[in-house]
Write a protein that binds this ligand. Structure first.
Ligand code: SF4
Length: 220
């Protein structure tokens, strides 16, 4: 099987399997750029269910930048206190709301503009564009995308920076896969290709995967 056929087979098998897995929660903010931006920023270093709960508490108080600016810091903190680095993130929420309000309520549509915002790095910017605007010129790279890409031999094991992982993946994955790759890897990484003990014996990709860097596997 050549590499393009292997990639296509990986994708098709995972798409079939994904019907059995929980969807990723940021998809709840699909088509809502401001909410997607705030939720993506809150998600840094934080588990998805905590991010969603915090974002929903915050959006129950204010779901647009103008109303969010009327909140006091204590209200924001109380809503998001269960995310990692909640204190600096209160400042990021305020900064994002101020900048978006100053832009007439419109979230920028480029990575270059978004990374100028406090608390917004490349990954948050790409995720915001994908969820909020359906823009998929890049693949959102998180720990699941990077880890699984390396195990599958799609990404160089030495590559560390998310933008570089994105470039390597875009060279090998056909364009139609880019919009779905992050969510697929997040679901797969939570259910099968786990960080420390991947479930290789039960993995639908077992025969397609070189298991690069995998030392120990789960027998469950
Ligand atoms: S075979 Fe193992 S390392 Fe490869 S994708 Fe499946 S779970 Fe991950």
């Amino acid at each position: 099987m050549d590499e393009q056929a292997r990639v296509r087979e990986i994708y098709q098998r995972l798409q079939r399997e994904s019907a059995n897995w929980e969807p990723t929660s940021l998809s709840y903010f699909k088509g809502e750029p401001f909410k997607a931006l705030i939720a993506a920023m809150l998600s840094a270093q934080t588990r998805e269910e905590q991010t969603t709960a915090a974002a929903n508490r915050l959006f129950a108080l204010a779901d647009n930048p103008f109303d969010m600016l009327k909140l006091i810091d204590e209200q924001i903190y109380e809503a998001i206190q269960n995310v990692q680095y909640a204190e600096p993130k209160v400042g990021y929420v305020r900064d994002i709301a101020e900048r978006v309000a100053a832009n007439g309520g419109k979230v920028p549509e480029t990575v270059e503009e978004l990374v100028e915002y406090r608390g917004v790095g490349w990954k948050v910017a790409v995720l915001t564009l994908a969820v909020g605007y359906g823009r998929t010129e890049d693949i959102t790279v998180d720990v699941h995308v990077a880890r699984i890409g390396k195990r599958l031999g799609l990404v160089n094991p030495a590559t560390k920076q998310p933008p570089k992982v994105n470039e390597e993946l875009k060279r090998i994955l056909p364009r139609d896969m880019w919009p779905h790759w992050n969510a697929l890897m997040v679901q797969f990484g939570r259910n099968v290709c786990l960080p420390t003990y991947p479930r290789c014996p039960k993995c639908p990709l077992n025969d397609l995967c070189p298991k690069i860097g995998v030392d120990r596997v789960s027998t469950r």
